[in-house]
Design a protein around this ligand. Sequence first.
Ligand code: PMM
Length: 281
Amino acid sequence: MSAIPRLDRTLVMGIVNVTPDSFSDGGDHPTPETAIAHGLKLLAQGADILDIGGESTRPGAARITVKTEMERVLPVVSALSEAGAAVSIDTMRAEVAEAAVTSGAVLINDVSGGLSDPQMLSAAAELGVGFVVEHWRAPSATMQSQANYADVVADVRRELAAQVANALNAGIAADLLIVDPGLGFSKNSDHNWALLSHLDSFAEIGCPLLIGASRKRFLGELLAENGNLRPPKERDDATVAMTTLLAERGIWAVRTHSVRAQRDAIAVVGRMAGSHCAAFR
Ligand code: PMM
């Protein structure tokens, strides 16, 4: 990706987790073969980007080895790139990012925004591909203990802007950067809702905005019944509602499990653009 693609609609990044333990779809695509088949299905449904990840980032998750991560993701990156997909690699490791870009990935999605691996930012600058800077405070094993903010919107914005400055200082071109406030990463539900209500603050950083709300716990809490969270796979309708609102706000891309429904929502938003009439309320 020589520059970040920008369309006159919100892009859909389809999630392909090659993991046994992601909170949202863990075990659904445990082998490269099943993950490739899933990626091809999302591509046919209209995914603009396919995000391939081999390491779960759910709260409490332990790290896997580089070898395991590479074995999980590289065959999938190669096959889906060859099939014509714009592939992003969801990794916190420079070594994995480099190998994935060599295998065809055009975007690095680092949920730590360059903070986890000290080699990541210089590697990304050298590779010259797009780079997602996600707001991040701590590894998955301990991240929820860091969910403390004086003012979550101001604090996340300041920390994210500092991560973007680090990326620029490392030599990543400004037009290759994407920012993401990192819903659920060292954030509780109230934090997530506050961030989603103040997206303008993050747009002011000056980069396209990516949001990953799909099936996340804060939607499960919103829809809880008798104290039981709505299970992850039953959060897709709420995710579509979120995508509709985000598309109306002109967000660059949503990262999501259910591609077809999100594309439909975005198409409706595009067709309705400019049709608001407060008098109907
Ligand atoms: N969330 C997850 C993984 N990767 N990447 C970005 N940029 N933003 C996110 O919000 C994000 C991510 C965790 O969700 P999953 O387990 O459903 O993949």
